[in-house]
Design a protein around this ligand. Sequence first.
Ligand SMILES: [Zn+2]
Length: 170
Amino acid sequence: MHEQVVINSIEFARNGETLSGSVAVEDLGRLRDLLFSGEGKLDYTLTGRRGGNGKLFLKCAAKGMLQLKCQRCLDVLPYPVSFESDLELIEGGQEATGAVNEEELTDAVKADPNMDVLALVEEEVLLGLPMAPMHAPEDCKADRNFGQAKLDEQHVFSALAALKTQDHRN
Ligand SMILES: [Zn+2]
């Protein structure tokens, strides 16, 4: 288990606080499960901000390199992470209105007096990952096999088509 980093998100945003740190990728369990290896670390910065109408925001930024798994050849695929997301804090009592605040085009996150910072960073990283990461065709080890499988498939289809044509004739 990794060390927990906890903030009172409401106070943090209200006071315009900033928190920076880094976390080993290995320690982010949900993310780690999707990766080729847990090598590397992510640097993150969390910044609180008070917006108009008493709204509170957290800006979550992270940078680092992840070792994703190519979905075609299952080999390592280095993937640079670099993002900044602006999150509106939604008070616990309010009805959760889905993930997106339509007016300001920011995502929302539930205000929490004991917010797990690393879990938040992990969640934001997960949201930004490609669904099916793959090497560029020229870099992918499986590319030749993949092309061959396509050809075989076509072969089967044309064989089936030929059978159907024969049926028609009979
Ligand atoms: Zn690949």
